[in-house]
Design a protein around this ligand. Structure first.
Ligand code: ATP
Ligand code: MG
Length: 426
């Protein structure tokens, strides 16, 4: 067999032109998260399959048809994580981080779902996840929303996103609401698609989340959760909306917002843009007050959100107002001839030691003076340093600005101090 092996469908390479955007995003969120007092946690990519079944819910798209699950060499069923909350809660319980404590945590990394790949929807994608534990009130919900807004604002997206928000109430009020829904959808069973019929008695709330355009009318007419909320959840929601109003955060209450995972209760929210077509949700989250208990910990209130990094990168890269500099050297060191090649390596090391942070690329692999200068130019460097036989004999080096300016020769001993004085653009 010949032919090139290609990447797995829906799993992307992130090429050198794109990685600066990824690192830029990471710098922004690290700064913003630190400014709110959140700490990083790093979690494995593989977990026991059971963890996701018990948390996300057996009757959800993710668990029913999207997980990458396999039996490992010990015969254990393992799953590539489709999301991060379950693993975060698992780790929190396992290491005693949750009981009787307040935690503000974040993590980032790849998630895996066997979905139909399309723009903004991949099989390996990346999330920034933020989770809080031990705080039951609407203040932390508001903080999470403000924090996510701050990240989106910092990356220049504030004007292009809207906040959609809803309350799912308590488990008890949802049980009652569920009966109303089953009743309603049963009366219109002929209009339900196959998925929804299957879910009618296992997970009717999921039907509200259906993306099937033929069912939107039916869903629109369904009883509304907001009209069947328990009093405590209603009050929680009203207080949250008051916080948002105070903070000047605009929102749309969307009674159809239910989220694709079972563990949510009370507050759920999404930040949505219309600039990405159908895949417009860049951030989604809510409360999950029963999840810690469900996974075997002492009951602990919790809330969090996840951002889809690919979608943020896509928005950033399209936005001409936002300039993220490409990775490029500041200096390209041209070395012509064997003696210069050897001396060049030493000089390059000397400069990197003396000027940490300096980005210097040394010509390797030989080449004529002309071809090396071409490479220097293509590298995007601002300056070439030229070391030829002549410079070598005179223990000097030529400084050649590549974007305008006079070329000059300096003695090698003074090179560090010359470069220290030079104002590189970035
Ligand atoms: P969607 O409604 O778009 O399927 P979801 O409800 O499945 O999203 P979550 O599980 O809450 O999404 O994930 C949070 C965020 O992660 C989403 O808002 C989105 O930005 C991103 N995301 C989710 N699935 C994918 C995917 N397959 N590819 C790229 N990004 C994704
Ligand atoms: Mg989904």
């Amino acid at each position: 067999m010949s032919g090139n092996i290609q990447a797995v469908r829906g799993m992307n390479d992130i090429l050198p032109e794109e990685t600066p955007y990824w690192r830029y995003l990471q710098r922004v969120w690290e700064e913003v998260l630190a400014s709110y007092g959140y700490r990083e946690i790093r979690l494995p990519i593989l977990e026991k399959t059971e963890l996701f079944k018990r948390s996300i819910g057996e009757v959800t798209d993710i668990v029913e048809k999207e997980m990458y699950t396999f039996i490992d060499r010990n015969g254990d069923s393992l799953t590539l994580r489709p999301e991060g909350t379950a693993g975060c809660v698992r780790a929190g319980i396992e290491h005693g981080l949750l009981y009787n404590q307040i935690q503000r945590l974040w993590y980032q990394g790849p998630m895996f779902r066997h979905e139909r790949p399309q723009k903004g929807r991949y099989r390996q994608f990346h999330q920034l996840g933020v989770e809080t534990f031990g705080m039951a009130g609407p203040d932390i919900d508001a903080e999470l929303i403000l924090l996510s807004a701050r990240i989106l604002e910092r990356i220049g997206l504030a004007d292009e996103i809207v906040l959609q928000i809803n309350s799912l109430g308590s488990a008890e009020s949802r049980t009652r609401y569920r009966e109303l829904l089953v009743d309603y959808f049963s009366r219109h069973i002929d209009q339900l698609d196959e998925d929804s019929r299957r879910r009618l008695h296992t997970n009717p709330l999921r039907i509200l989340d259906s993306k099937n355009p033929r069912m939107q009318g039916l869903i629109e007419e369904a009883p509304r959760m907001s009209e069947h909320l328990d009093d405590a959840s209603k009050e929680h929601f009203e207080r949250l909306l008051a916080y948002l109003y105070e903070a000047g955060i605009g929102y749309q209450v969307n009674p159809r917002l239910v989220r694709g995972l079972d563990y949510y209760n009370r507050t759920v929210f999404e930040w949505v843009t219309d600039r990405l077509g159908a895949q417009g949700t860049v951030c989604a989250g809510g409360r999950f007050d029963s999840l810690v208990g469900q996974l075997g910990g002492k009951p602990t209130p919790a809330a969090g959100f996840a951002m889809g990094i690919e979608r943020l990168v896509a928005l950033l890269m399209e936005d001409e107002k936002i300039a993220v500099p490409a990775d490029r050297p500041q200096i390209y060191l041209v070395v012509v001839g064997e003696g210069a090649e050897r001396a060049g390596m030493t000089i390059a090391e000397r400069l990197r030691r003396a000027l940490p942070g300096l980005r210097l690329q040394l010509n390797c692999g030989g080449g004529s003076f002309k071809s090396q200068l071409k490479r220097a130019d293509r590298s995007g460097a601002e300056m070439a340093l030229i070391l030829g036989e002549d410079e070598l004999v005179q223990e000097s080096i030529t400084i050649k600005p590549l974007r305008g300016g006079e070329q000059r020769r300096v003695v090698l001993d003074q090179l560090e101090s010359c470069l220290m004085d030079f104002q590189f653009k970035e």
